[in-house]
Design a protein around this ligand. Structure first.
Ligand code: CUK
Ligand code: CUA
Length: 621
C-alpha cells in the first residue's frame, strides 16, 4: 500500500514528501463498528422514489463534462456534456451544439460556478471554464443543457476559476498560462517583456442567452492559479493566487519555486469598470485590455507564502484564506486591513506597475496545523468554520478562521484536491455535508486496470467532529464542484411550443420536405413511435436525396410528455441527435455517400421503439 502511494505521488515533487508524517496518514478506510455503520448507512440512504436533498455539480476535468450527483446518496444522476461531444445526447452533432463546440473535440473543465443573486446560488445557471481550449460556457439549469460557449481571445487556459460576483455581474476568468497576447510567436527569451497572463471579465446576457467579454486585464507573465469573489463587505473585490513570479520558462517544478513569496492579486472590479468607462484601456484584437503599467488603479499584490494554490473568501466576506502547496501554511488575510493599507498607500514596491502591499499589514494570522501538508482549498459551514483539504497528508482539517484553532481532522482516501460543502461558496453555507474530491482512490474500489477510479467521499459535518459516511467512484477527473439545495432547481417538463420558430412542426400533416437547388430541407416530426418527414409522400418516413446534396433535418418531438425523448440517427453517416419532449432540433450533413442507409430513433421511447425507423436513400450521381 505504502509503496504504491509513494510512487504515485513522487511526481508531485516536494521535499516534504520525505517526512515520516506524510506516510502516517495513508491509512486504509476506518473499519467502522456495526452500530455506527448502520447510522452512517441511514444517513446516506435515500429510498427509491425519494429525491436527494442536494445536487452536486462536479467538474469532469479533462472529460470536458459536468457530472451531476445526488447528495447524500452520492448516486450519479447524469453527465451533462459541456466542452466535449457526447453521443448519448447527440451533443456535438446537432447544429446548435456542433457550432458551440467550434470544432474542438475535448475540453478540460475545472471550475464550475452557479449564478448568484445577493450572494446566494439562485439555481438558474451554471458557468464553467475550459483550461484546454480557452473557453467559457453557460448551462441553463431549467434544461441542464449548455446555451452558449465562447472562446476567450488573447488568453491561454482560463484555469484560475470561473467565479461569479454576488449578483452575477461578472464571471472572471484568469489564465493559468502566460503567452504573448494574441498568441503570436515570441521567443521564450522575451518571456518577461512579451508574455502576459490575462484576466477576462465575462458577462452573461440572459435575454440573448449569450456570454460576452466586457474587458480584459493584462497581468504580469505569471501563472494564475485560483480565485474567489468577495462577499458582503468585500463584494466589489476579488482575489487570485499566482505563482511563478520568478518568471521561469523551463523546469517550473524547480525554477518556479525559488522565491519565498509569491502573490495574491487583489482587485476591485468596480474600479476596473470605471477605468474602462474612462477609456483607460488599449484595443487588443477587438478587446478592451487594461495594462496596469499604463493605467494604474484597482489592482494590488499581496505577498503570500511561496507557490500558493487556493484562495477562498469567508462567507462573511471579512477574510481571504490562501493555501500553500509548498508551505504547509494557511494564511488568513483581512480585507479590512488591505483596504486601510491601500487607503494609506502603504506599499512595499511594485511589479509591472501594480503596487505591492506589505505582508504584515494585510495578514491576520498564519495557521499551521501540526503535520498537515499540502493545503489546497477551503470551504465553509453555517457556523463560519473552515474545512481545508490537505493534498499530501490526505485529510480534511476543520479550523476556526477567527482564532486559528484547529478543531478536527479526518483522513480521506487519498490526496484531496478540492472539497465542496453544501451551498459552500455563498454568503450562507448550509453546513451539513462536505464532499472531498480525491485525486487517488487506490484500493477503495474494484480495480479497473492499473488506473483506479477517483473518489468522492461524503463527510457529515453537522456535528463538532467530521465523519466520512459515504464514498463514490467518479470518472476522471473531478476538480471542483458546487452543491446546491435541490429545491432551488426548477427544471421544465417539456419544451414550450415556439410558434415563431420556422423550423418547428406542430402537426403531423405539416411535415414536409422542401428542395432548394441542391439543398434539401426536412421539416419532420418524431412521435411514439414513428418519424414523419413528408406527410404527403407515399412513404412518409423516408428521406430521399441525391448524392452531394446538403441535407438539413429539423425534427420536432410532438410528444409533449415529460421524459419521452427521441433520437435521430443515420447508419454509417456518423450522425445522432436527441430531440427532447416538445423540442425542435436540427442536424445538417452532406449526403456524400450514395446508397441506402437506415435511420432510427436512438432513445427507447415505447414498446414499438424498434419500429421507429426509416430510410435515407441517396441516389448516386
Ligand atoms: S485546481 Cu484541481 S485541485 Cu484546477 Cu481547482 Cu486545485
Ligand atoms: Cu423514439 Cu425510440
Amino acid at each position: 500500500m505504502k509503496k504504491k502511494v509513494i510512487s504515485a505521488l513522487s511526481g508531485l515533487a516536494v521535499g516534504v514528501l520525505a517526512s515520516t508524517v506524510f506516510f502516517g496518514n495513508f491509512s486504509t478506510p476506518d473499519t467502522v463498528s456495526t452500530a455506527s455503520a448502520k447510522t452512517d448507512a441511514e444517513k446516506v440512504y435515500v429510498p427509491f422514489g425519494e429525491k436527494d436533498e442536494y445536487y452536486l455539480f462536479a467538474s469532469g476535468g479533462h472529460s470536458g463534462q459536468m457530472f451531476i450527483y445526488g447528495v447524500p446518496s452520492m448516486r450519479r444522476i447524469r453527465t451533462v456534456p459541456v466542452f466535449s461531444p457526447d453521443p448519448a445526447t447527440g451533443y456535438g452533432w446537432d447544429t446548435h451544439s456542433k457550432k458551440m463546440l467550434g470544432g474542438y473535440t475535448w475540453g478540460d473543465l475545472h471550475h464550475p460556478a452557479f449564478s448568484e443573486t445577493n450572494g446566494e446560488y439562485d439555481g438558474k445557471y451554471m458557468f464553467a471554464t475550459d483550461v484546454a481550449n480557452s473557453r467559457a460556457a453557460v448551462m441553463d439549469l431549467k434544461t441542464f443543457t449548455v446555451k452558449d460557449i465562447i472562446e476567450v481571445p488573447n488568453t491561454s487556459g482560463p484555469h484560475c476559476a470561473a467565479f461569479v460576483t454576488e449578483n452575477t455581474e461578472y464571471l472572471f476568468l484568469p489564465t493559468r498560462f502566460s503567452v504573448p497576447i494574441g498568441h503570436q510567436y515570441a521567443s521564450l527569451d522575451e518571456y518577461s517583456t512579451k508574455y502576459r497572463g490575462v484576466m477576462s471579465a465575462v458577462t452573461f446576457d440572459e435575454k440573448a442567452q449569450k456570454l460576452n467579454i466586457a474587458y480584459q486585464v493584462a497581468l504580469p507573465p505569471w501563472s494564475y492559479d485560483l480565485s474567489d469573489a468577495g462577499k458582503k463587505v468585500s463584494k466589489d473585490w476579488a482575489v487570485l493566487t499566482t505563482y511563478n513570479t520568478e518568471e521561469a520558462t523551463t523546469n517550473l517544478e524547480i525554477n518556479a519555486s525559488q522565491e519565498d513569496r509569491d502573490f495574491i492579486v487583489l482587485f476591485n472590479w468596480k474600479e476596473l469598470d470605471k477605468m474602462v468607462k474612462e477609456g483607460k484601456y488599449d484595443n487588443v484584437g477587438g478587446q478592451k485590455m487594461i495594462f496596469p503599467e499604463k493605467h494604474q488603479g484597482g489592482i494590488y499584490l499581496v505577498p503570500v507564502a511561496k507557490s500558493p494554490h487556493g484562495v477562498d473568501v469567508t462567507p462573511d466576506g471579512k477574510y481571504f484564506i490562501a493555501s500553500g502547496k509548498l508551505a504547509p501554511l494557511l494564511t488568513v488575510f483581512s480585507f479590512e486591513k488591505a483596504f486601510q493599507a491601500i487607503e494609506k498607500k502603504e506599499f512595499a514596491g511594485e511589479r509591472n506597475g501594480i503596487p505591492i502591499l506589505k505582508y504584515e499589514s494585510v495578514m491576520e494570522r498564519e495557521v499551521n496545523p501540526e503535520n498537515a501538508l499540502g493545503p489546497l482549498h477551503t470551504q465553509f459551514d453555517d457556523k463560519g468554520m473552515a474545512y481545508t483539504t490537505m493534498f499530501i497528508s490526505s485529510e480534511i482539517v476543520k479550523w476556526n478562521p477567527e482564532t486559528g484553532e484547529v478543531l478536527d481532522r479526518v483522513p480521506v482516501q487519498y490526496s484531496p484536491g478540492h472539497a465542496v460543502s453544501a451551498e459552500g461558496d455563498t454568503v450562507s453555507p448550509d453546513g451539513k455535508y462536505l464532499v472531498s474530491l480525491n485525486k487517488l482512490a487506490k484500493d477503495s474500489y474494484l480495480s479497473v486496470g492499473p488506473s483506479h477510479p477517483e473518489s468522492m467521499q461524503l463527510i457529515d459535518i453537522s456535528g463538532e467532529k467530521m465523519k466520512v459516511i459515504q464514498s463514490s467512484p467518479v470518472d476522471p477527473e473531478p476538480h471542483y464542484g458546487q452543491m446546491i439545495k435541490a429545491d432551488k432547481i426548477k427544471t421544465i417538463e417539456v419544451y414550450p411550443k415556439e410558434e415563431n420558430n420556422p423550423n418547428a412542426v406542430y402537426s403531423q400533416q405539416d411535415a414536409r420536405i422542401v428542395r432548394k437547388g441542391n439543398e434539401v430541407h426536412v421539416y419532420g416530426i418524431a412521435m411514439r413511435s414513428k418519424f414523419i418527414f413528408d406527410a404527403k409522400a407515399k412513404r412518409p418516413d423516408v428521406i430521399e436525396v441525391n448524392e452531394g446534396d446538403k441535407v438539413i433535418v429539423h425534427i420536432t418531438n410532438l410528444d409533449f410528455d415529460e421524459d419521452i425523448t427521441h433520437g435521430f440517427a443515420i447508419n454509417q453517416y456518423d450522425l445522432n441527435m436527441e430531440i427532447q419532449p416538445g423540442q425542435t432540433n436540427t442536424i445538417e450533413f452532406t449526403a456524400g455517400k450514395p446508397g441506402t442507409y437506415p435511420l432510427y430513433c436512438t432513445n427507447f421511447c415505447s414498446a414499438l421503439h424498434q419500429e421507429m425507423t426509416g430510410y435515407l436513400l441517396v441516389k448516386p450521381k
